[in-house]
Design a protein around this ligand. Structure first.
Ligand code: NAI
Length: 719
């Protein structure tokens, strides 16, 4: 096997370069750890080596963490616990190395990479924007397993450590310096040189690694057992409130950190290993690791079968409609330094759009995600027009005008003669079939759907919708461009509601039917929050806008009949003139600034008084089952109809587009968890009670009889 680590000794300083062959990033595996071991033995036994530097040979990556493939090989919690203990040993060797080791960090330093750095005597980071440090393990339903829960709090203090571990957020180099996670910040070009210099100074005793002093408030809170107990209690309460107990790794991480304070050093590490093992065997971790693989696989998927077709370069775009979505699309484009030509019907509307783009960028400036210079540069990339000037050279136009086929056809007819012959026209429609829009085009093969979700700069999913006419080059181009915007892109076939809104419809309607039956608004929402959705379905109706939901519901029921007929409750609320949050009147109360309050009790005068007051466990289960299973069944229909190409895309679409609980993996993963036979049984029982809405999809019935699944039961979930 080729080597990942090389050692070069010069003037008593050993430089260990980590450069995993044939991989874009450095990862820890058992083989790499064995190499480390050999190198550390060499360093320990070669008295001419006074100090060492650990650096990466990759351009923008230090160490990305452990090789997740190895996690799939754990057969039991004990296996994982042993792997964690082996990691501890490796890190301890770094920490106890006879020659002190300096970590020279450029690029992502994550998970095991950060844990290794924490074991080093000194840490220098480059001020490259790509340098980020973090412990993302809880995002995989795990806890840091190579000493992170023990060493991080010692280095940055308890609160900062809990923040990093529980949110799994990366910190940038500058912040890392502020919190004491790194000792020094330098320009990438001198990183190696400075690291070698520091190694020399530490070896000669002329430089000591200084402990960072925490602020007065932190000291009062953290440096005594009572204060720490308060910090732990608050963190636990907040975690439970946020996760409703659905993410056990967060609590396990808290326990592991606490163990490091309560017992001996060995006990702390042992507890970390034990909990790492326990978490690796949870179903939650299994699902979150699946999502990791699925998103990684999607990043490599061009969206088309023919690998010889290449995406066209998109160096600038046009955006039609400078409203809510158009502004969001323009903002994410300029963030990637892609110039945007913005078009609307009136100057004031263009002005409003530009202001909305500026607000998104401003927010990033305030949060220090970009510098003032970047803010100015990015904002200068968007320019507006009320004609089509400037559209003559754009290779891609994204349309976000009113949701009205006639308007879409009108802009298409106006625009097409002005565009280059190969330009792509992408519609952000949420309900109109792309084929209908393409029917108004002279070049239907250049028409495609790019369905962004709102707010565009926050929502990670992009649904690309293709018709039988869409040219493969067009699909490949918009997929590549969507990815450039940082989106997770799924390609779906054209049909009403596409995928995400299609599966949302029966879920929302089922919630609405329960309103019709007299189940209180908040009881429904709470049940689905507990199931793991980020907001309840009734809140979602208010958020989307009752008028918009009504229109989209009409499109869906026209296409799919009674199975997805909107509820009477929604119709009555729309008829009463309520619009939801944007009109500050919906199922819930809103203050002048649009902040949501409790249920607006006056809705019951419109939809009828609640008949089923008590929120019993049986009622909660019924709500969860009716809504979630209606969605799962619809997702399987989409697979049957070829709307989604494979379960992976459906799961990603549901989790990233509409907030299907990530810890359940997505509707197809959830179906596998229940088992097709059980799922069909439950659907059939519901169909007896509510005829027509729960008929199990054909594929589920087959799967129930032959015992098949959507995903393999073990091993890598997706290729
Ligand atoms: P909006 O009403 O905020 O913006 C529409 C804009 O289009 C307005 O600025 C309007 O002046 C402009 N416009 C109308 N006719 C035009 C024309 N002939 N030429 C140029 N501009 C014209 O609407 P929103 O919410 O931004 O929706 C736009 C599209 O995005 C719709 O197709 C909608 O279905 C879709 N969409 C909306 C989502 C949402 O959450 N609001 C989510 C996903 C898609």
């Amino acid at each position: 096997m080729s080597q990942a680590l090389t050692l070069a000794v010069d003037g008593g300083i050993a430089v260990i370069t980590f450069d995993l062959p044939n991989e874009p990033v450095n990862k820890f595996s058992a083989a790499v750890i064995a190499e480390f071991d050999a190198i550390l033995t060499r360093i320990d036994t070669d008295a001419s080596i006074k100090a060492a530097v650990l650096i990466s040979g990759k351009p923008d990556n230090f160490i990305a963490g452990a090789d997740i493939d190895a996690f799939l090989e754990f057969k039991s919690a004990k296996d994982a616990e042993l792997a964690s203990a082996a990691g501890h040993k490796a890190m301890e060797r770094i920490e106890r190395s006879r020659a002190p080791i300096v970590a020279a960090i450029n690029g992502a330093c994550l998970g095991g990479g950060l844990e290794a750095s924490l074991a080093c005597a000194y840490r220098i980071a480059s001020d490259n924007p790509k340098t980020v440090l973090g412990l993302p393990e809880t995002q995989l339903g795990l806890i840091p397993g190579a000493g992170g829960t023990q060493r991080l709090p010692r280095v940055v203090g308890l609160q900062a450590a809990l923040d990093m571990i529980l949110t799994a957020k990366n910190v940038r180099a500058r912040k890392a310096l502020q919190i004491g996670l790194v000792d020094e910040l330098v320009h990438p070009s001198i990183l190696r040189e400075v690291a070698v210099q520091r190694a020399r100074e530490i070896a000669s005793g002329s430089r000591r690694h200084e402990e960072k002093k925490h602020g007065a408030k932190e000291v009062v809170l953290e440096d005594n057992p009572i204060g720490r107990a308060v910090v732990f209690r608050q963190a636990r309460e907040m975690t439970l409130k946020k996760t409703r107990g659905n993410y056990p790794a967060l609590l396990a991480a808290l326990d592991a950190v606490a163990a490091g304070y309560h017992g001996t050093r060995e006990q702390g590490f042992a507890e970390e290993a034990r909990l790492f093992g326990e978490m690796s065997a949870t179903a939650v971790s299994n699902q979150l690791i699946f999502l990791f693989y699925a998103t990684t696989a999607l990043k490599k998927d061009s969206g088309i079968a023919d690998a010889s077709v290449k995406p066209l370069p998109v160096k600038q775009i046009g955006v039609l409609g400078t409203g809510f979505m158009g502004a969001g699309i323009a903002a994410v484009s300029v963030m990637q330094n892609v110039p945007v030509r913005f078009k609307d019907t009136k100057h004031e509307q263009v002005g409003r759009g530009l202001a909305a783009v500026r607000d998104v960028l401003k927010d990033r400036l305030v949060k220090r995600q970009i510098t003032k210079q970047q803010f100015d540069d990015q904002f200068s990339l968007v320019s507006g027009t009320v004609e089509y000037t400037g559209f003559g050279s754009v290779p891609l136009v994204i349309e976000a005008v009113f949701e009205d086929l006639a308007v879409k056809h009108q802009v298409l007819a106006e625009l097409e003669p002005k565009l280059p012959a190969h330009a792509i026209f992408a519609s952000n429609t949420s309900t109109i079939p792309i084929a209908k829009i393409a029917a108004g085009s002279k070049r239907p093969e250049r028409v495609v759907g790019m369905h962004f979700f709102s707010p565009v700069h926050k929502m990670p999913l992009l649904e690309v919708i293709v018709t039988p006419q869409t040219a493969p080059e067009v699909t490949a181009t918009v997929v590549a461009f969507g990815r450039k915007l940082g989106k997770t892109v799924i390609v779906v076939n054209d049909a009403p509601g596409f995928f995400a809104n299609r599966i949302l419809a029966p879920y929302i309607n089922e919630a609405g039917r329960m309103l019709d039956e007299g189940v209180p608004v908040d009881v429904i929402d709470r049940a689905l929050l507990a199931f793991g959705f980020p907001v309840g379905p009734v809140t979602l109706l208010d958020e989307v806008g009752l008028d918009v939901a009504g229109k989209s519901g009409a499109v869906m029921s026209a296409a799919f009949g009674d199975r997805v007929k909107p509820s009477a409750a929604l119709g009555k609320l729309i008829a009463s003139g309520r619009l939801g949050r944007k009109g500050k009147k919906g199922f819930y109360l809103y203050d002048e600034r649009g902040k949501k309050g409790g249920v607006d009790e006056s809705v019951y005068a419109i939809i009828g008084a609640p008949q089923r007051q008590a929120s019993s466990p049986a009622l909660v289960q019924e709500i969860q089952e009716r809504c979630a299973l209606a969605m799962v069944n619809e997702a399987v229909r989409c697979l049957d109809e070829g709307i989604v190409r494979q379960p992976r895309d459906g799961d990603i679409g549901a989790v990233f587009g509409i907030g299907f609980p990530p810890f359940r993996g997505g509707p197809f993963r959830y179906a596998d968890t229940l088992g097709a036979a059980e799922l069909v049984k439950r659907l059939q029982a519901l169909d007896v009670q509510y005829p027509g809405r729960f008929v199990p999809s054909a594929r589920l019935v087959t799967m129930a009889s032959d015992g098949t699944r959507f995903y393999p039961a073990t091993g890598k979930p997706v290729g």
